[in-house]
Design a protein around this ligand. Structure first.
Ligand code: SF4
Length: 781
């Protein structure tokens, strides 16, 4: 069997062309600013007018296409859900306050808690959507101004497994170690656990060459829109993709398809790896995965016969308690076929969040310093401390990873306060009910956000911050290319940049003037120095080079260095220049199905929404198109549960239950149920997910848990569950809904304009009260 087109690729990728009359004009004519989409790691090029009119532009990542999220991204700039004044909880209510008051309250409370409990009493939580400058300054703020070791970020939930696997195989982790445009020349591309047709539709353009050659292979338990466009779709049982990689690798060796010259010259560790793989002959793997032995052998032959081939992994491979090993298994397969470090072939990871790559390089991870340096490396500490003007010994040790940090909040040995920047952990963290309870147990919670997200609604202080189009900053896309996202419009009155927030707080913590700049370019200049000589060396990247349109992929060790679009062509980054095979074994999901929970629940994304949905749910077009959580199941699975299309169902696991409307999909495996993770309240997919962590990356097992499907006794609810307030009385910690945010915003505007102050305040208060009443009666509104 050879790889051939069993499903013709669609005539068009769903990257929408510019509507008639909306053609981008060049930057510099005073009407349009070249910038990039605020959402995913593709970082599509777009232009923006001062009136916030979006148009796509030619850029290698998107070639003039944008998805629905990109086209509608500007509507959040003047959304009624937008926060435009700081809010401080007083008497149980979030009330408008001045910036000075809000920052003074934060500084006083954090100082008090650190004096009583030590520096680690204050935690910081960042995000993979923050610019490089913000991620860098946040890490510096935590370690220098607060002196805490307790900092991590939500990228731990997305890309850390591929990062760890890439590091141990190649010595360096960069999502794609080649420009994504290289993919166009491939005749075989294997996508493992990736659904770009919904997550980053313009990316499909780069896959069309392989699809036309009959070599686009998608490996996913679901027949996703991407799988629909593939030539071959292999659907292993959830949690068995590691075993599938072992089976294909076994077939490669058994059929004499191993690239022996490459393995001998460029790798190490094959023999140890093979001792494990030898037990995974394809027929055995068929019984584990459900993928036929013939299909495993066909995939091996397809890779061996390809002129140009790539293996690409994404969240489906990573988000397991064995995520690092799963990615390693696919890297082993790529090495066996001689792909990494060969021009026109390779292995890569498709990062998810907008700055998923840069966000993991510059110091907001628990164990990391800028430039991808390790916090426990004495030389790294000395270099970065020198740039920061502090003693190396004053830098804290590595702290807790993301879920462990969230789980420790409010515990006797855990942090008593937390600052959250660019993350909505109430929705996005695993076992989210538990996370909400931990947040509620804090003495003090601060969030910096655009809208009153579900996490912000629990905070004691909420700081309204600028968005992508209102500020300069750099992002690093999924191929390691550093991009300049330019300011196109002024922010609304009352809103400040996260950089201003950190500078204002640092000043209140007694930091010397100038140690925490507010200008993005100035901070980037400092980041360049801090990263110099590191793995992710940005020292040769300047704003001027980016403004001139240079394509700079890190490392860029000098201002006259052209950047490094293709890594590993000469050697891998280990001292001996060889890539490593890593022996990994299949163990299966941390929580296999059983009689009580006979199904396997998996989570993922919808085309219309991004991450926790805090932003995209506030965009009317997107919210209307995907207003609530769906539950995708095979029709027979639904029927066995007494459910039909459109019925409201509950997926239950040992940790909780999520409610949504049934969507029957005939291509689903009958043992799998799918829930998207963008929705709040009782629709949170993470109410059921398993927080079992990968031992290396500390990535939770989002992608599979044992579950059962039952009819629901109420409509899907976006209201915060009661447990959010279990740890604090409602009078002290009162969540408000996003609608309440709108009402609250109205009251602030009225107050600021000096009209109807009393009635405006009453309106906000009344809306809050209503939401609490709804929650206390089950929230079925
Ligand atoms: S969300 Fe991603 S794919 Fe869609 S326009 Fe933005 S960057 Fe491009």
């Amino acid at each position: 069997m050879t790889l051939q087109a069993v499903t013709p690729p669609g005539p068009d990728v769903p990257a929408l062309p510019a509507p008639a009359g909306r053609t981008a004009t060049p930057d510099g004519d005073g009407t349009r600013t070249d910038t990039h989409c605020p959402y995913c790691a593709l970082q599509c090029g777009m232009t923006l007018t001062p009136a916030a009119d979006v148009a796509p532009r030619e850029f290698p990542a998107n070639r003039g296409g944008l998805c629905q999220k990109g086209w509608t991204s500007a509507s959040l700039l003047d959304s009624p859900a937008r926060l435009t004044t700081p809010l401080v909880r007083t008497g149980g209510e979030l009330r408008p306050a001045s910036w000075d008051t809000a920052l003074d309250v934060i500084a006083a409370r954090l100082t008090e808690l650190q004096a009583a409990h030590g520096n680690d009493a204050v935690a910081v939580f960042g995000g993979g959507g923050l610019t490089n400058e913000k991620a860098y300054l946040l890490g510096k703020f935590a370690r220098v101004a607060l002196g805490t070791s307790q900092i991590d970020y939500n990228g731990r939930f997305c890309m850390s497994s591929a990062a760890a696997a890439g590091l141990r195989a190649f010595g360096v982790d960069r999502g794609l170690p080649f420009p994504m445009t290289d993919l166009a020349g491939a005749d075989v591309i294997v996508l493992v656990g990736s659904n770009p047709a919904e997550t980053m539709p313009p990316f499909l353009q780069h896959l069309q060459g392989a699809a036309a050659a009959g070599g686009l292979v998608v490996i996913d338990p679901r027949r996703t829109p991407t799988a629909e466009q593939a030539n071959v779709h292999l659907a292993p049982a959830p949690g068995t993709d590691l075993a599938l990689a072992l089976g294909v690798l076994h077939a490669t060796v058994a059929e004499g398809l191993l690239d022996e010259a490459y393995v001998a010259e460029r790798t190490a560790g094959f023999d140890a790896m093979w001792r494990t793989v030898a037990r995974y002959w394809p027929e055995h793997v068929e019984r584990i995965t459900g993928v036929s032995a013939a299909d495993q052998r066909a995939l091996s032959r397809g890779l061996a016969g390809a002129r140009s081939a790539y293996v690409l992994t994404a969240r489906g491979a990573e988000q397991h308690a064995t995520g690092v090993d799963t990615v390693s298994a696919w890297i082993n397969l790529a090495l066996a076929h001689g792909l990494p470090g060969r021009a026109g072939s390779g292995y890569g990871c498709l990062t998810g969040q907008g700055n998923g790559q840069g966000g993991r390089e510059h110091g907001q991870k628990a164990d990391q310093l800028p430039g991808y340096r390790k916090l426990d490396d004495p030389a790294a500490r000395e270099h970065v401390a020198g740039v920061w003007g502090i003693a190396p010994e004053s830098l804290p040790a590595p702290g807790r990873s993301a879920f462990e940090l969230l789980d420790a909040l409010g515990q006797p040995e855990g942090p008593k306060a937390m600052l959250v920047f660019g993350s909505n952990v109430v929705v996005s963290a695993p076992r989210s009910q538990r996370v909400a309870e931990r947040l509620a147990a804090l003495d003090f919670l601060v969030t910096a956000d655009l809208v009153l997200s579900e996490t912000a609604a629990m905070a004691d202080v909420v700081l309204p911050v600028t968005q992508w189009a209102e500020e300069d900053g750099t992002m690093t896309n999924l191929e390691g290319r550093v991009l300049l996202r330019r300011k196109a419009i002024d922010p609304p009155d009352g809103v400040r940049s996260d950089l201003d927030v950190l500078a204002g707080l640092a000043e209140r913590f007694g930091q010397p003037a100038g140690r925490f700049p507010v200008d993005a370019e100035e901070i980037f200049t400092e980041l360049r120095a801090a990263s110099a000589g590191g793995v992710a060396d940005y020292s040769g990247v300047t704003y001027d080079r980016l403004r001139a349109g240079e394509a700079l992929h890190w490392p860029v060790p000098a201002v006259d260095h052209p950047g490094t679009p293709r890594l590993f062509l000469e050697a891998f980054a280990h001292a001996d220049g060889r890539a490593r095979f890593v022996a990994v074994d299949h163990t299966g999901p941390a929580e296999p199905p059983d009689a009580e929970f006979p199904l396997q629940a998996t989570t993922g994304r919808l085309l219309q929404h991004y991450q926790s949905g805090a932003q995209t749910r506030a965009v009317p077009e997107l919210a209307e198109a995907a207003a609530e959580a769906c539950i995708e199941v095979h029709p027979d699975t639904a029927a066995r549960a007494g459910l039909g299309v459109g019925d409201v169902a509950t997926v239950e696991s040992r940790r909780g239950a999520v409610t949504g409307r049934v969507r029957c999909v005939a291509s689903m495996r009958p043992d799998v149920v799918f829930v998207p993770f963008h929705f709040p309240g009782g629709q949170r997919a993470n109410l059921i997910t398993n927080p079992a962590l990968d031992p290396t990356s500390r990535m939770p097992e989002f992608k599979v848990c044992a579950a059962r499907l039952v009819p629901a006794d109420a409509e899907p609810s976006a209201t915060q569950p009661e447990a959010v307030t279990q740890q604090k009385p409602v009078t002290q910690q009162k969540p408000v809904t996003q609608q309440a945010s709108v009402e609250l915003q109205k009251s602030v505007t009225q107050q600021e304009s000096g009209t109807q102050q009393a009635s405006g305040t009453q309106q906000a208060s009344g809306t809050q009260q209503k939401s609490v009443e709804q929650r206390e009666t089950g929230g079925a509104s």
